[in-house]
Design a protein around this ligand. Structure first.
Ligand SMILES: [Zn+2]
Length: 132
């Protein structure tokens, strides 16, 4: 697994013109200048804790934390996860397949409750094959 694959797999579903990494470092995209308040961009440019990015601030989420992709603080931790996943890929696949089978078994133990229309027939909105 490469770092690019890791980022693709663990990226968050949101981004923005400004954001803070888990380490406390601030990131911003000056090209989104219409989103900033008056003098906000000038403040960020002078802030030694703020880093300018060439694109929107995007995140990866793992280990119950959110990191800015443009920050260096999380990459060593990510390499640890990449090595763990790569070195135990067969075991992880077995675990995920086992969990899938266990969840299917548990779901099959739940009794299906039929919802009937006023005339006593199966309500088509609650068809057994398409429950949602
Ligand atoms: Zn960081």
């Amino acid at each position: 697994m490469s770092m690019a694959t890791f980022i693709k797999a663990f990226k968050a579903n949101h981004s923005g013109f400004r954001g803070e990494c888990n380490c406390g470092r601030e990131f911003y995209n000056p090209d989104d200048c219409w989103d900033f308040e008056d003098e906000e961009i000038e403040y960020l440019i002078k802030d030694p804790n703020a880093t300018e990015l060439l694109d929107d601030v995007r995140y990866v989420e793992f280990n119950n934390r959110e990191y800015v992709i443009g920050c260096d603080c999380w990459q060593e931790k990510a390499r640890h996860f990449i090595n763990l996943i790569s070195n135990h890929d067969v075991q992880i696949a077995k675990y995920l397949n086992g969990e899938r089978a266990r969840k299917i078994y548990e779901a099959e133990q739940v009794q299906i409750i039929k919802i009937l229309s006023d005339d006593g027939t199966q309500d088509p909105e609650f068809d057994d094959d398409i429950p949602f």
